[in-house]
Design a protein around this ligand. Sequence first.
Ligand code: CP
Length: 340
Amino acid sequence: MSPLSKEDIDRMSSLSREDILEELKTKMLSAPPQSPFFGRDIISIKELSREEIITVLNHATALKQTPQPELLKNKVMASCFFEPSTRTRLSFETAMTRLGGGVMGFADAGVTSTKKKETLYDSMKIIGQYADVIAMRHPAEGAARRAAEATDKPILNGGDGANQHPTQTLLDLFTIQECQGTLEGLNIALIGDLKYGRTVHSLAQALIHFNPTLSFVAPESLQMPSYICEDLKKHNISYTFYERIEEVMAQADIIYMTRIQGERFPDKMEYERVKDVYVLTKDMLAPAKPTMRIMHPLPRVNELKEEIDPTPHAYYFEQAHNGLYVRQALLGLVLGALHA
Ligand code: CP
């Protein structure tokens, strides 16, 4: 039920108790059913069911086809980025603006009171008093969860350390469905830094709902964490470890490249040793299926050569573009303007 306005309260003060009860009952019965997304934090992809994931993708499809420039009129999103970002921050901000909402926030925590040692908890408690929804990124694992404890406004996790990047995963799933026509039963190779790459952690966990065959291509020191492999095993999802891209090229429907995450290595010598271990070139695509598509959350460094960009296999720029519609869908859902 929508909150009572001051006019409602003034008018009701002259009514009898029975009339007030009758009016409240009518108001409650005519209220739209409460969506399971309304007011909700999106912290980890594991908290979304298969049906909920599909709801987000369906709304994103509708928003891509039909813009809704007034959907979030009078709503304000705080964009709080404690760690660098191009795609996540700007697509969140554009998503909100193109739905008619307002945006405030920061792209550099160095200009906030974090610089004066304000805690994340206190910052988020305050920001939640100004905004209707908060999109955030932070270098510390668990930061989004801590922020959600500080405020009752929905927190949309745009990446917390090496942990989770659920909104990226939703746009990845949207993109896979768009380029392959389905999410079911695909052969998907995740390649690169599977240890520190939060996008591949969230994506592997989400794919549990869609019966994939997974290939993990990484040096042994950067392989998929065991807690995720255990989860896959529990759900009977087939996965195999590889060390060379060539081993997975012919069978893959999706090649999902990732950057080696230099900023997360405690040992910089180790980073120097592995940083160029995978470099995907055009020649290496020769055995690929014509329908195979290459994705990458971006930014890329050296692992994905520009010579691949004009090939029909390249789909990473479309992937980044889709972030706009998926984040619009999430904003609409958690703010109650869209319904499950
Ligand atoms: N994919 C992604 O998270 O990119 P940014 O770091 O630029 O936000």
